[in-house]
Design a protein around this ligand. Structure first.
Ligand code: NAP
Length: 323
C-alpha cells in the first residue's frame, strides 16, 4: 500500500530518511479495526521519528510508517477520527498515565498510509458538526493543548496565559482554545508573521521570543523547550504554573532554580490527553464554532515539501495531508 515512512533515522538530516512509496498492508489483530485513511496531519513528532528520538526505552524499529493523527472510514464505511494514544490491553483509567502508553509511529505503524490498524476504541465515530478534514488535525497537538490548558495549567477564565511560539500546530491550538475559554492570551513569536497569525487567531498581545513582559502571567504553556524555558519561569506570577509540552529547541536545559523555588512556580509536564479529553475537545470546538487553523493542505504524495518547511521552522498552524 501507499505510505510515507522513515527508512532509518538521521539525527542531523532527518529528511534524508524520509520515503514516499510502498509498505506492506497491515494485518488486523483480533479486537482491532482497520481504518482507510482519508486525512492525516503532520506533527513535529514525525521529524522526531525521522531523527530516531523517542520517549520510550526501546528504539524505534525501521522502516516505520509516519503519522500520529488522522481520520477516515472503517471497513463498514463508518466515518471516524483517530484517538492517538495506545497502551496496555488491561490498563483502565487515564491513558496518559499508562506505563505502556505510546502513539502511532513509535511502536506501531502510523497514519500516513492507505490503511492503519488500531484497537476499536481508538477509532472514535466522527461526531456531527465537524468535518473529517478538521477532525484529522486534532489528535496530537490540539489534544495536548486542550489538556495542558484545562487539566494542567490551573487557569481560570479571566486569567492571563502566555503561549510560547505562535506559528506551530500546538501554539495555534493553544491560542484558539485559550481565547475561546476566556483567558487573556499573550503569545511570543520569532517573527512578524507569527505575531500577525497569533493576533488573527485571538491573542490579546504578542511579543518577540524571550522579550521581557510588561506584567507576569498566571500560566505559560511552553512547547519550545530549551530556548524558552527560562523566559517562561521568570514570566510567571508567584505560585503560577509552567506547563511543559514540548522540546522543539532541545530537551537539556540549564536553568536557574532560585526563581523556581522562590517564586513557587509549578513546573508541570504534560503528554497528550485522554480519550475523554478528545471527545470533550471536539464537543467544545463544535459548540464554540472553532475551526482549527490549517495553513496547508496537500496530497500525501507531495508531503516532502511540508516536512521540509517544518524542519526549516516555517509552519503555519496544522498541515493537512489528503489521500
Ligand atoms: N507533550 C505532548 O504530548 C506533545 C504533543 C504534540 C507536540 N508536542 C511537542 O510540542 C512541540 C511543538 O509541536 P508542533 O507539532 O506544534 O510543532 P510545529 O508546528 O513545528 O511548531 C513549532 C513551534 O515552535 C516555535 N519555535 C520557537 N523556536 C523555534 C525553532 N528554533 N524552530 C522551530 N520552531 C520554533 C514556533 O513558533 P514561532 O515560529 O511563532 O516562533 C512554533 O510555534 C514539539 O516539540 C512537539 O514534539 C508534544
Amino acid at each position: 500500500m501507499f505510505a510515507i515512512y522513515a527508512a532509518h533515522s538521521s539525527m542531523d538530516d532527518p529528511l534524508s530518511a524520509l520515503r514516499i512509496g510502498d509498505q506492506p498492508e497491515p494485518i488486523i489483530p483480533k479486537g482491532f479495526v482497520r481504518v482507510r485513511v482519508t486525512h492525516a496531519s503532520l506533527n513535529r513528532h514525525d521529524l522526531f521519528t525521522l531523527r530516531g528520538i523517542t520517549a520510550h526505552a526501546e528504539p524505534i524499529k525501521f522502516p516505520m510508517i509516519l503519522g500520529n493523527d488522522g481520520a477516515g472510514t472503517l471497513d463498514d464505511g463508518t466515518p471516524i477520527v483517530i484517538y492517538p494514544v495506545l497502551g496496555g490491553e488491561f490498563w483502565r483509567g487515564d491513558e496518559t498515565c499508562d506505563p505502556d502508553w505510546h502513539i502511532f509511529s513509535e511502536k506501531v505503524a502510523g497514519t500516513f498510509a492507505d490503511y492503519v490498524v488500531m484497537p476499536a476504541r481508538n477509532a472514535i465515530p466522527l461526531p456531527p458538526g465537524i468535518s473529517a478534514a478538521d477532525a484529522s488535525v486534532l489528535g496530537t497537538a490540539w489534544l495536548t493543548a486542550y489538556r495542558a490548558l484545562f487539566t494542567k495549567s490551573n487557569l481560570r477564565p479571566g486569567q492571563r496565559l502566555l503561549v510560547q511560539g505562535a506559528s506551530g500546530g500546538m501554539s495555534t491550538a493553544l491560542i484558539q482554545l485559550g481565547r475561546a475559554a476566556g483567558f487573556e492570551v499573550w503569545a511570543t513569536s520569532r517573527n512578524a508573521k507569527g505575531k500577525a497569525l497569533a493576533m488573527k487567531l485571538g491573542a490579546h498581545q504578542v511579543f518577540d521570543a524571550n522579550e521581557p513582559l510588561p506584567q507576569k502571567v498566571d500560566a505559560v504553556v511552553d512547547s519550545i523547550g530549551a530556548a524558552s524555558l527560562t523566559h517562561s519561569i521568570v514570566s510567571t506570577v508567584r505560585g503560577g504554573t509552567v506547563v511543559i509540552t514540548g522540546v522543539t529547541t532541545g530537551m537539556n536545559v540549564n536553568i536557574a532554580l532560585l526563581p523556581v523555588l522562590s517564586g513557587q512556580v509549578n513546573l508541570r509536564g504534560s503528554i497528550m490527553g485522554t480519550r475523554d479529553d478528545m471527545e470533550n475537545m471536539i464537543h467544545f470546538l463544535v459548540h464554540q464554532g472553532l475551526k482549527p487553523e490549517v495553513g496547508q493542505i496537500l496530497p500525501m504524495e507531495q508531503a516532502a515539501s511540508a516536512f521540509r518547511n517544518m524542519w526549516n521552522g516555517e509552519t503555519h498552524g496544522k498541515t493537512l495531508f489528503t489521500r
